[in-house]
Design a protein around this ligand. Sequence first.
Ligand SMILES: Nc1ncnc2c1ncn2[C@@H]1O[C@H](COP(=O)(O)OP(=O)(O)OP(=O)(O)O)[C@@H](O)[C@H]1O
Length: 265
Amino acid sequence: MILSIEELSIAGQGRTIVDNVSLAVREGEFMALVGQSGSGKSLLSQSIGQLLPPNLHASGRILFEGSNLLERTSKEMRALRGSRISYIFQDYQGAFTPFRSIGGHFDEYQKVHGEKSSAVRKTKAAAALESVGLDAALLRRYPFQLSGGQLQRAAIATSLLLSPRLLIADEATTALDSVSGHRVLELLVAKQKETGCAILFITHDWRHVRRYANRLSVMKEGRIVESGGKHRILDHPQHEYTRNLIDAAPVLSRSLKSGLEEESR
Ligand SMILES: Nc1ncnc2c1ncn2[C@@H]1O[C@H](COP(=O)(O)OP(=O)(O)OP(=O)(O)O)[C@@H](O)[C@H]1O
């Protein structure tokens, strides 16, 4: 296991939002987390990197590479985020400061994580951008001069720059049109194969679950109601809530919900 969340609860102001959740992500796998809006998926993912809003508190254990992340200091977490654990958010525009060039972002990111040579930083930035299918000339542009799809690609390039072992993608394609979203996801999966990192993928889009996930967990009202292999859950859901979610997804209308007949992944 690369990540093992054990009995995690997230609470604040007298309310428990995530309630005693356990969830494991295996080395190199694509793990999807689905469930209704407000069930606590984003907060769960934020707690992994100690990114919870200050009014909320997490308890339990989040084991990553042998230690409990909830016990790490803020300084240790800053070093870990971006290097061993990376995030891609729905709001990719928020990941960029408007008046700093794309190259400036790559440069700063590498500086923060200890790369002292400006020449190395430049070479790595160009290679990273090219690795996600973007021209290195875009390094000179500003975020508002790139399309949404290009910016999200640049965000993916940044988050993979230091070869993290775990990538957390919280509705990473929701803000993109479906063609750009599809391309970004294809890219993410290709990069995953190349680097071997695990992905925790939060989504409402069952097409993505069916196409890319190895396993999934279903969340409802702060609890995980069901976890397992994709084919088991899509074709033989055990919990009524999972059955309802799958039945409500029009894209899953084939004879086998997992699409096992036509897709092998
Ligand atoms: N800072 C906060 N203080 C108190 N409650 C919060 C805070 N942030 C989020 N919540 C509440 O916690 C619950 C879970 O929110 P979360 O964003 O994790 O849900 P989600 O499953 O990711 O939803 P969606 O699929 O719509 O993104 C929601 O009821 C939300 O309103």
